[in-house]
Design a protein around this ligand. Structure first.
Ligand SMILES: *Cc1c(COP(=O)(O)O)cnc(C)c1O
Ligand code: SF4
Length: 467
């Protein structure tokens, strides 16, 4: 199944070009139609490697990577699909299509967890484009030239502005601002470069972002992290691209400068680590002294089988990677299609965790990246006859909240933190007592921004970093 004949050069397929792929002929008409229609709303991008090596075409549409990459009609409500289908296939009225698409997207909660209005740092009153600072020790950086990916995940809600952004040029001002901000924030130890996917950039561009972080004034920056799905969608990035070797040399330089270069690899399914190209990518990354952590969201129709997680983690560990987070699919995009009840998410996590040795149990989850922080479901317990979820923060807007157990009433249908009700008849969770963000340690930097052109990129963090 996984002979290593992947093409050397990256070539994406989009809605406009997918019918030229040889696999297109293997798709029944109704699946082709769904791709043509639904991709107006949800992002669609595939590439040769994903289609040749990861998708089992004898098993579509149920194949997990097919579900992950190809839009499906059930990702929209039935009425929405009918309306859009009629507009796209028959009326072909661009203005009406745009209007319908916009309405569906607004219904899909495109900017969850306060990302549009919070966490954006400012210097001299001006919001810093492409930065997000939510947790004390880590600053997120979204270079504008990294706002696309080697393929798109259908669960990852993105606005179509990304289309045509592949050629975005390196913007030196972005690093200047980042460095200026970091210099005045000595408590920041981690910079997480994310997107989209920063490894969509060539090594030269990436170097221009990373090298300034090695400056002596930034000695407090200990960890440079790169959030990326390329390890799964285009492992050639580390093995056989024109500048792969240069990329590995860059990793070595960072390590030599005394920092940890952490690749935060987004993996969704065991199949993504089965073939030789993907395994070589892991080995090449860790051979530079960089670390590779594995994280990804738990998604209905894609990775509900605990055995897939156990295989992913154990294969990763064998190759030198470190299992890190299992996320709960967040409340955005076609979440009705992809989300799982929290109770189920915990069962899947626990089952997978029970299958692996301690070396894979560095993984934590299932974790929700919600407005107050990253909340993990530790389990289901009964106290005084009340069935409860036991929860805690792994990360929080207020560091004092971290690792304090708390309880919510068990709810078999809840899929997100805001569906939960405090246990023991309490009115509020302990972290809800701060009425506003005035108590937030970063409150001074938390400001509303009206047109966050860049915020759309942040919705993708549900996978890479889960903002
Ligand atoms: C997850 C996340 C981080 C990193 O958190 P770690 O637990 O240190 O991996 C940083 N910023 C945001 C906004 C995040 O969501
Ligand atoms: S989840 Fe990551 S790889 Fe997938 S589309 Fe979003 S940003 Fe890209």
């Amino acid at each position: 199944m996984t002979t290593d004949t992947a093409p050397a050069r990256f070539k994406p397929y989009t809605r406009q070009t997918i019918s030229q792929a040889r696999q297109w002929q293997w798709m029944p008409a109704d699946l082709q139609e769904a791709v043509q229609v639904v991709s107006h709303v949800l992002p669609f991008r595939a590439n040769e490697y994903v289609m040749e090596q990861l998708i089992d075409w004898s098993n579509i549409p149920d194949d997990p990577i097919y579900r992950l990459v190809f839009p499906h009609r059930d990702m929209l409500h039935a009425g929405e699909y009918e309306t859009l289908r009629d507009l796209v296939l028959f009326k072909k009225d661009d203005a009406a299509i745009a209007k319908a698409v916009h309405a569906i997207r607004m219904r899909m909660n495109p900017h969850p967890a306060g990302q549009m209005t919070h966490n954006v740092p400012r210097v001299n009153d001006a919001p810093l484009k492409g930065l997000q600072h939510k947790y004390k020790e880590t600053v997120l950086f979204f270079p504008s030239s990294g706002q696309t990916c080697h393929a798109y995940c259908t669960f990852c809600f993105r606005w179509p502005q990304f289309v045509g952004m592949d050629d975005m040029k390196f913007d030196a001002r972005e690093t200047t601002e980042l460095v200026a901000y970091l210099k005045t924030h000595q408590d920041v130890t981690d910079v997480l470069i994310t997107g989209g996917d920063p490894l969509i950039m060539n090594t030269r561009s990436l170097t221009e972002f990373i090298e300034p972080l090695l400056a002596p004034e930034l000695a407090h920056i200990q960890n440079i992290r790169l959030g990326t799905k390329s390890v799964a969608y285009w492992p050639q990035r580390f093995v056989s691209d024109k500048d792969s070797d240069d990329l590995l040399r860059l990793f070595e330089r960072v390590v030599k400068a005394g920092k940890n270069l952490a690749i935060m690899g987004h993996y969704s399914h065991a199949v993504e680590l089965r073939n030789e190209m993907a395994q070589r990518a892991v080995k090449r990354i860790v051979s530079t002294g960089a670390t590779l952590r594995m994280q990804g969201p738990l998604i209905r129709h894609i990775n509900e089988d605990p055995r897939s997680w156990a295989e992913l983690w154990t294969t990763g560990v064998r190759l030198g990677a470190i299992p890190y987070y299992m996320f709960v699919e967040r409340d955005t995009g076609p979440s009705e299609y992809f989300s799982l009840p929290l109770a189920r998410a915990h069962e899947i996590f626990q089952a997978a965790y029970q299958m692996v040795s301690g070396l894979s149990r560095t993984v934590r989850g299932p974790s929700m990246s919600a407005f107050p922080g990253k909340v993990v479901i530790d389990g289901v317990v009964s106290i005084n006859g009340e069935k409860l979820f036991a929860l805690q923060f792994l990360q929080a807007r207020n560091p004092d909240w971290v690792r304090k157990p708390f309880f919510a009433r068990f709810d078999p249908d809840a899929t997100w933190l805001d569906h939960l009700v405090p246990a023991f008849g309490k009115q509020k969770f302990f972290f809800e007592s701060d009425e506003d963000d005035g108590h937030h340690p970063l409150a001074a930097k938390v400001i509303p921004i009206s047109v966050a052109q860049r915020a759309q990129g942040k919705s993708c963090d549900n996978a890479h970093t889960a903002a």
